[in-house]
Ligand binder design. Structure first.
Ligand code: FAD
Ligand code: NAI
Length: 468
C-alpha cells in the first residue's frame, strides 16, 4: 500500500502550493526538498531577494535625487551594503519560514533531501543531514524541480566576478563597471539595483532589442527610459569570451551579424541569458519520463507525463518561467488529482519587470496580433496626462490597450510606469471575464490615482480619452 497520495519533489512556488492545495483537499501529502530551506529559486535566490534589493536601492536613489525637489533636504545618502544585504536576507528568512509554517499547518510531511524517481509510485530520498537513503511509496509523484541558470559557452561562472543572478544578489562590493549579458528580466532588474548603487552598467544583448517577447513599442520606450537613467546598451552584440586581467575582467564582444570585435572592461560580469529546466539526478531517463529538446519535462494539458502517476509543473515544463504560473499550475494539478476541474488560463498570465518604472503586461502584444492576422484597435494614454503622476513627478510611461477591432474584447494590455505591476491586475480580471475596453471605460475609477490612466487608455480605444 502506498504511504502517500502525493509526493511533491521541490518546494518552490509550484511545489509548495501544490502540496498545500492537495492537503486542503484531503490527500496525504509529502514534500522532498534538497535545499536547506523551502521556497525554491523564487524565495531563496529569485523573486524575493531581488525585490528586497530593488526596493532598498530605489529608496537610496530617491534619497539622493528626488528628495530635494520636494523640499526635503538631507545630506547625500551613504551606502552600507552589508546592512542592505542583511535587510534582504531578513526578508528572505521571513518568507521561507512562512512556507515552513504553512506546510506544518497543513500536516504535510517534509523530507529534506534529494529525490530520485525509481518508477511509478516510488521515490528514493537521500537525506541532506546524513546521506541516508529511504524509499517512499506514493500513488502520485509531482516533479516541481524548477530551473537553473543557462550557461554561456566558454564562460565560467564563479559567483564572485563572473556571476549568475545568485552571485549578483550577494555582491559584497558595488562593482565600478558591471557588464550584463542578456537584456532580459534578470539583466534589467539586477542591472538597475547595481546602477542605482553606483555601478556603471553596460548591457550586451544578442538581439537588436531588449525584453524579447514584450510588446515592441513598450520595449523601445522602456529602453529610452533606462538609457536616460544611465544604462549603456550594446544590442545586436554577442559576448565571445571573458578573461581575467589583473583585478578586472576583459569582455570580448562582437556584432551578432559579424564584424569588428571589441573588448569591454568590467569588474563584474552578470550572465543572464535565460534559465533551463532542472532535472539533474532525478532519474527521469531510467523512469522513462519523456523530456523535450530543451530538457523540459513533457506533459499533457493535465500536467501528466507519459508515465502513469507522474506529473510535472512550473519552470521544469514549457511556458513562461514565472512563480505565479508555477503556483497556478500547482493548484490546478492538486485539484485535478482530487477529482476536481483544475485549470490555468494561459491567455491571462501577467508579466512584470520590477524596475523603475515598472513594466507590466498581460495578453497579446501588437507583434503577436499582427502575426496571427487579428484586426485590433489600440488605446494609449501617457502618464504625463495623469494628475497623480504629474503631482508625484513620475510621468514616464503609458498604458496601452489592444482590443479586438470587431468585438472590442480586450486582447492585451501593456503598462510602463511606477506601480504598473499592481495596476495590471484589473485588466487581468477584465480579460478573465472576457471583458471589452468599453466595460473598463465604464468602470468608475477613484481620483486621483494612476489607475485612471488605465480607464483613459480604455476610453482611447474609441478615441474618447478626456485628458489627452
Ligand atoms: P523552483 O522555485 O526553482 O523550485 C524548485 C525546487 O526544487 C528547488 O527548491 C530545488 O532545490 C528543488 N529540487 C530540485 N531538484 C530536486 C530533487 N531532485 N530533490 C529534491 N528537491 C529538488 N518569477 C516571478 O514570477 N516574479 C519575479 O519577480 C521573479 N524574479 C526572479 C528573479 C530571479 C533572480 C530569478 C532567478 C527568477 C525569478 N523569477 C521570478 C522566476 C521564479 O523564481 C521561478 O519561475 C519560480 O521559482 C519557479 O518555481 P518552481 O516551483 O517551478 O521551481
Ligand atoms: P530572459 O529570457 O528574460 O532574457 C535573456 C536575454 O538574454 C534575452 O534577451 C536573450 O535574447 C539574451 N541572450 C541569450 N543568449 C545571449 C547571448 N549569448 N548573448 C547575449 N544575450 C543573450 O532570461 P533571464 O533574464 O535570464 O531570466 C530567466 C527567467 O527568470 C525568465 O524566464 C524570467 O521569466 C524569470 N524572471 C522573472 C522575473 C520577473 O517576473 N520579474 C525576474 C527575473 C527573472
Amino acid at each position: 500500500m502506498a504511504n502517500y497520495d502525493l509526493i511533491v519533489i521541490g518546494t518552490g512556488p509550484g511545489g509548495y502550493v501544490a502540496a498545500i492545495r492537495a492537503a486542503q483537499l484531503g490527500l496525504k501529502t509529502a514534500v522532498v526538498e534538497k535545499r536547506a530551506t523551502h521556497g525554491g529559486t523564487c524565495l531563496n535566490v529569485g523573486c524575493i531577494p531581488s525585490k528586497a534589493l530593488l526596493f532598498a536601492s530605489e529608496k537610496f536613489e530617491e534619497a539622493g535625487h528626488s528628495f530635494a525637489g520636494m523640499g526635503i533636504n538631507v545630506s547625500a545618502p551613504k551606502l552600507d551594503l552589508a546592512a542592505m544585504q542583511a535587510f534582504k536576507d531578513k526578508g528572505v528568512d521571513g518568507n521561507v519560514k512562512g512556507v515552513e509554517f504553512l506546510l506544518k499547518k497543513n500536516k504535510i510531511d517534509v523530507h529534506f533531501g534529494t529525490a530520485k524517481i525509481l518508477g511509478t509510485g516510488k521515490v528514493e530520498v537521500t537525506a541532506n543531514a546524513d546521506g541516508a537513503k529511504q524509499v517512499l511509496e506514493t500513488k502520485n509523484i509531482l516533479i516541481a524541480t524548477g530551473s537553473d541558470v543557462a550557461q554561456l559557452p566558454g564562460v565560467t561562472i564563479d559567483e564572485e566576478k563572473v556571476v549568475s543572478s545568485t552571485g549578483a544578489l550577494a555582491l559584497k562590493k558595488v562593482p565600478g563597471k558591471l557588464v550584463v549579458v542578456g537584456a532580459g528580466v534578470i539583466g534589467l532588474e539586477l542591472g538597475s539595483v547595481w546602477r542605482r548603487l553606483g555601478a556603471e552598467v553596460t548591457v550586451v544583448e544578442y538581439l537588436d532589442r531588449i525584453l524579447p517577447g514584450m510588446d515592441g513599442e513598450v520595449a523601445k520606450s522602456f529602453q529610452r527610459i533606462l538609457a536616460k537613467q544611465g544604462f549603456g546598451f550594446k544590442l545586436g552584440t554577442k559576448v565571445t569570451g571573458v578573461e581575467t586581467k589583473g583585478k578586472g575582467l576583459k569582455v570580448s564582444v562582437e556584432p551578432a551579424a559579424g564584424g569588428e570585435a571589441e573588448v569591454l572592461d568590467a569588474d563584474v560580469v552578470l550572465v543572464a541569458i535565460g534559465r533551463v529546466a532542472y532535472t539533474q539526478g532525478l532519474g527521469l531517463a531510467e523512469a522513462g519520463v519523456e523530456t523535450d529538446k530543451r530538457g523540459r519535462v513533457v506533459v499533457d494539458k493535465h500536467y501528466k507525463t507519459n508515465v502513469d502517476g507522474i506529473y510535472a509543473i512550473g519552470d521544469v515544463i514549457a511556458g513562461p518561467m514565472l512563480a505565479h504560473k508555477a503556483e497556478d499550475e500547482g493548484m490546478a494539478l492538486a485539484e485535478t488529482l482530487a477529482g476536481k476541474a483544475g485549470h490555468v488560463n494561459y491567455d491571462v498570465i501577467p508579466g512584470v519587470v520590477y524596475t523603475f518604472p515598472e513594466v507590466a503586461s498581460v495578453g497579446k502584444t501588437e507583434e503577436e496580433l499582427k502575426e496571427a492576422g487579428i484586426a485590433y484597435n489600440v488605446g494609449k494614454f501617457p502618464f504625463t496626462a495623469n494628475g497623480r503622476a504629474k503631482v508625484n513627478n513620475t510621468t514616464d510611461g503609458f498604458v496601452k490597450f489592444l482590443a479586438d477591432a470587431a468585438t472590442d474584447k480586450v486582447l492585451g494590455c501593456h503598462i510602463i510606469g511606477p506601480e504598473a505591476g499592481e495596476m495590471i491586475h484589473e485588466v487581468c480580471v477584465l480579460m478573465e471575464f472576457g471583458g471589452s475596453s468599453e466595460d473598463l471605460a465604464r468602470t468608475c475609477h477613484a481620483h486621483p490615482t494612476r489607475s485612471e490612466a488605465v480607464k483613459e487608455a480604455a476610453l482611447a480605444v474609441e478615441k474618447r480619452a478626456i485628458h489627452f
